[in-house]
Design a protein around this ligand. Sequence first.
Ligand SMILES: C[S@@+](CC[C@H](N)C(=O)[O-])C[C@H]1O[C@@H](n2cnc3c(N)ncnc32)[C@H](O)[C@@H]1O
Length: 158
Amino acid sequence: MSRLESMMRRLAAQKIGLEWCVEQTKDIIGDLAEIGLGNGRSYDHLREIAPDRKIWVLDRVLQCHPSCIPPAGTFLQGEASEVIAQMKRDNIGIALAHYDFGVGIKDKDEAEAAALSPLIRDIMVKDGLLISGQPLVGFTQIEGPAEIPAGRYYFYKT
Ligand SMILES: C[S@@+](CC[C@H](N)C(=O)[O-])C[C@H]1O[C@@H](n2cnc3c(N)ncnc32)[C@H](O)[C@@H]1O
């Protein structure tokens, strides 16, 4: 499979998965977290499908499309390890997190996801969901939407 095909499948899974997770968590009290603003594509979709939820947006740099700049006070710039620790100190509770860090180098991306998992777990509320492009550790893996083949995108509950 070419990298283009792989990316198309990943993005389709991301869109379907985000919509599924927003529906699943609609009655769970807590905020949303977009972990990895990047260009802002998945954040833009998340805010469109969850207009009534507060979305915290994390990235070490603000380099998104101008139309996707998060509202003042919701963009948390810095290294994720430090930013998430501060969210914990601020008593922020996350009902749904989308983890989208990664540069496409499997070992490196998975190591980063594993290292950040315990910190992310600390800010999740009970029964919260995580959707992730990388395997996370310390959560219970669940089946996501039926249309997404196992392993293409990851789904967890706390
Ligand atoms: C794959 S991009 C996110 C793509 C984005 N969700 C979208 O749909 O456009 C990953 C982003 O995560 C950020 N990132 C990766 N590791 C990070 C870390 N440890 N702390 C903060 N930001 C990080 C990078 O700066 C990059 O912008």
